[in-house]
Design a protein around this ligand. Structure first.
Ligand SMILES: C[S@@+](CC[C@H](N)C(=O)[O-])C[C@H]1O[C@@H](n2cnc3c(N)ncnc32)[C@H](O)[C@@H]1O
Length: 218
């Protein structure tokens, strides 16, 4: 019953264009950075979390997902998209496609037998598949201590250690937007891009979208 209510709420907000990703779209439009001719959604699931909210703005959508159980739902939900069941980590290196916008809606915390954490191991490769003027969207966890998920303490401490390293942050627990901005601007620069603008849009109590408007360096 609760799940049905959630789906109903999501669909209503989608129709009204009141989901968090709609705010992202509006911000990009206002800043003349809504570049959605070719979009890649790196982590697909069924498309129900947010891809269905923005797909109407996209000309050509590529969507990758590792779990073949989601393929049928992805194809039903997003009939015009190029759906590929693949490992995004190897696919991002091997694809010869270039995208205007890449969206990394990564799984929460630590995953893949503890080998991956948030978007830390994939974000750098994404820059090599972006157009000269492009957008990279992912999400951050500003404060990991507010998480309501039941996670074993050992996994939580591993997650915090990874955050300390990736964000060059002392505690890895509560990280300011200013700090996030500095780190993502630096990563973009080191991977060939100037960040023209950075926006943060709250997605829910835990996650906030980070949106990088990029231009290739000379
Ligand atoms: C947060 S969900 C994505 C939600 C989706 N963007 C949407 O709008 O519905 C993360 C997804 O990433 C997938 N995933 C995890 N590891 C992956 C990998 N190596 N390659 C591709 N997909 C992966 C998971 O199976 C899961 O479905």
């Amino acid at each position: 019953m609760l799940e049905k209510l959630k789906i109903f709420r999501r669909k209503t907000l989608r129709l009204l264009e009141m989901r968090p990703i709609h705010k992202v779209i509006r911000l990009l439009k206002q800043n003349n950075y809504l570049l959605m001719d070719s979009v890649l959604e790196v982590f697909g699931y069924t498309g129900e979390y947010h891809t269905l909210d923005y797909v109407k703005y996209v000309n050509q959508l590529d969507i990758w997902e590792i779990d073949s159980a989601h393929e049928i739902h992805l194809k039903n939900n997003l009939p015009r998209a190029n759906v590929k069941i693949t490992d995004a980590y190897s696919e991002i290196r091997s694809t010869d496609k270039i995208f205007d916008t890449i969206i990394i809606d990564n799984p929460r915390g630590i995953f893949a037998d503890e080998k991956k954490c948030e978007h830390f191991e994939i974000i750098k490769d994404c820059f090599h598949k972006l157009a000269d003027r492009s957008v990279l969207i992912t999400h951050v966890i500003p404060d990991i201590s507010v998480s309501k998920y039941v996670t074993p303490p050992l996994i939580i401490s591993k997650h915090i250690e990874k955050r300390k390293l990736f964000y060059a942050h002392e505690s890895g627990i509560s990280i300011s937007f200013l700090h996030f901005e500095t780190i993502y601007r630096r990563i973009a620069y080191e991977n060939g891009y100037i960040t023209k603008d950075v926006f943060f849009v709250k997605r829910n109590y835990l996650f906030t979208y980070v949106i990088l408007c990029l231009e290739k360096r000379e």
